[in-house]
Each structure stands twice: as C-alpha cells, then as structure tokens.
Design a protein. Sequence first.
Length: 135
Amino acid sequence: FGGAISLNLRNKNIKKALYLSPVTDFLSIREHLATLGNFLKKMYPGAYRYRDTDLQALLEGNILKKDDQQVAKIKDIVAGGVLDDVIKIEELENFCQINELRLLKLKKLGHLNFTSVEENASLYREIVNFFKSNV
C-alpha cells in the first residue's frame, strides 16, 4: 500500500524505499480513506509510525514532499507493471518524473506485489542490488 509506505518515509531510520505499483493519487479516492488512520493502527499496530499531519497530507494529495529534509534523503525506486489495469504505467511515469524517482517498467507484468517479485528473478535481482548499493 503506497500511501502507508509514504507515511513511514518521515521515519528517520528509513534510508531507501521501494514502491510496488503504488497509488499515486489519493485525491480521487479520498472518500474511501476517511477511516485509513484507524484501520492502520488497529490492523497493523506499531507497523506504521506516522503523525496525523502526515496522514492528512496524504489525503490532500501530498504523497511525497521532496522539500521535506527527511524525505529528500531517502533513495527511492518505483516498480510498475505495464500490463497493470489498476495502477496505469502512464500515471507512474508522470508521478516519477514530477518527483524525480527512478521507475522500473516491467513489460510482461501486471499489478505488482511481493509474490510477483518472488516469481520474477530479474526484478528480484534488481531490487536486491538496489538495497545493497551505496546509492
């Protein structure tokens, strides 16, 4: 869930972040997210450590703010499947261009999740290399 990941980005211990088929526009689904904060706290206690102001920023469409000193320090990579009918690759391309993020476009894959990473050796290697690198 891309939104929850972006909330965690303000955690000073995070140095690198990977997004798999992330939602990039929460404004279009805002009415469905009214209970998101309570859901994350109840379903995943302690997993998401964020301020209420960060959640509000997410709901207002401010997913990543590169001018935020902590977020600017994080090295990001976004992976998206060209065949994804939920998160369109064009949306990811635009989002990555605006936010200066690296995008891995996977031509033969749809919506990405951890299973798709496990089943795709080249994607797995790319991700492992990203996290091992000093970049």
